[in-house]
Design a protein around this ligand. Structure first.
Ligand SMILES: [Zn+2]
Length: 412
């Protein structure tokens, strides 16, 4: 009884505190990831079924999707509070490096977070620079785990500018696995065992220049030359009827890098056949030759260097998985195992080339068809890009076990 009363008082305190923080406004909603729970894998059976929409970035907002999860999250808050009480310690320290409360997770914040994490976990995280972009930003590789491992995986995010929530997700995953490696488990196997002989090569923001354009428009750009290029590309696209948007919206919906090249059309499979746009601009321009862009070449070189067991590309939006490039035989079976695992974890719908044709010359096309690496493109979220931050908690719940499930799949 006494214990129950203590628990009630504790919960009341939490509720009052939560109310105060929310009322304070500047703090925003309390971070969902403030306390990580080593929960059971979220199989599709347990997940609330996502609203599956056509995987077009042009979809209009569906922001009310998240409302129905309110009761669940209150329950979770209570469970978290109980856990915190039982272990007689606050878990505020956990998962508080990557800030998932703001709409725009910037290149600068990511850079700082990588530095903090690398200092905090020097044995388990190494950060490398893979390339430098036109606007002078770096493409970072975060190597999680054992650098000399026998099994390597590549996960990349933020290759399409307006899909920048994927970078936030990738960084939150990195922090989560660093934080939880010693304590959590997946399907009864500890993370420590799962990641013992594994290196995850994470490229959390392949396209930092483009992301800055989508987030801040011309203010996000350092170089005057790039600013004037963007303005002239916009004026041309407007004159040609390619866009009817304002310059502000044109930049917010930017997908390309600062050279106006759509990086996920810059890979060497189906490159010649892909038509797209014939001019640099916000999207659909493939560039002059495959991997001509430093960001795309960085992924090509990384893939050739580490020969990954599998590779995952994070995109938005639509809550679907692309993987089918017409591959056959064992390669097709291997790819199917990978996407079925991703479907199990996330609940996202598996798409087939026969019914949903994708544009060619993406990283996935190249990795599967040229390098025979099982690979999947995971489209997070349901609204139009840039996704609203209100979608992040549900996206996080669907994707937090991804790394554990991925390495589980390839364990002997
Ligand atoms: Zn994309």
């Amino acid at each position: 009884m006494k214990r129950d009363r203590k628990r009630l008082v504790f919960l009341l305190c939490i509720m009052i505190l939560t109310g105060a923080m929310t009322a304070c406004g500047s703090l925003g909603a309390p971070k969902d990831d403030g306390n990580y729970i080593a929960s059971s894998p979220t199989g599709s059976g347990e997940n609330p079924s996502p609203t599956i929409l056509p995987a077009e970035d042009e979809m209009k907002g569906m922001d009310d999707e998240i409302e129905e999860n309110d009761t669940d999250s209150q329950m979770m808050d209570m469970q978290k509070a109980e856990q915190a009480e039982e272990s007689n310690q606050t878990t505020v320290e956990m998962g508080d490096i990557v800030d998932t409360s703001k709409q725009k997770y910037t290149y600068e914040e990511m850079k700082e977070d990588l530095e903090i994490l690398a200092k905090k976990y020097p044995d388990r995280l190494t950060v490398n620079v893979l390339a430098t972009t036109r606007d002078g930003n770096n493409v970072y590789e975060a190597v999680f785990g054992n650098q000399n491992a026998t099994k390597h995986y590549i996960i990349h995010a933020g290759i399409h500018a307006r899909e920048y929530m994927t970078s936030l997700l990738a960084m939150e995953q990195l922090e989560y696995y660093l934080e939880q490696e010693k304590t959590a488990s997946y399907n009864g196997v500890s993370y420590e065992t799962l990641f013992d002989d594994v290196a995850i090569h994470l490229v959390p923001m392949v396209n930092p220049d483009g992301i800055a354009i989508s987030q801040f428009g011309l203010d996000g750009v350092h170089s005057e030359e790039i600013k004037s290029d963007i303005e002239s590309w916009y004026n041309r696209d407007q004159a040609n009827g390619v866009t009817t948007n304002t310059l502000e919206t044109y930049m917010k919906r930017w997908k390309a890098n600062a050279n106006g090249v759509d990086l996920n059309r810059n890979f060497d499979y189906g490159f010649e056949e892909f038509v797209g746009s014939s001019n640099p601009g916000a999207e659909k321009y493939k560039g002059t030759y495959a991997a001509c862009e430093p960001e795309a070449k960085a992924l090509v070189d990384l893939t050739n260097r580490v020969s990954p067991v599998a590779a995952i590309s994070y995109h938005a939006t639509g809550s679907v998985i692309y993987w089918d490039y017409g591959q056959t035989g064992t390669l097709r079976e291997d790819c199917l195992s990978l996407v079925e695992m991703i479907h199990q974890v996330t609940g996202y719908e598996i798409k087939y080339a026969a019914s949903d044709k994708q544009d060619a010359a993406g990283y996935g096309d190249w990795a599967v068809m040229q390098k025979q690496i099982p690979s999947a493109t995971v489209e997070i979220g349901t609204g139009a890009c840039p996704l609203e931050i209100s979608e992040f908690p549900s996206i996080w719940e669907r994707n937090k076990q991804m790394w554990a499930a991925l390495v589980s799949l390839y364990r002997e």
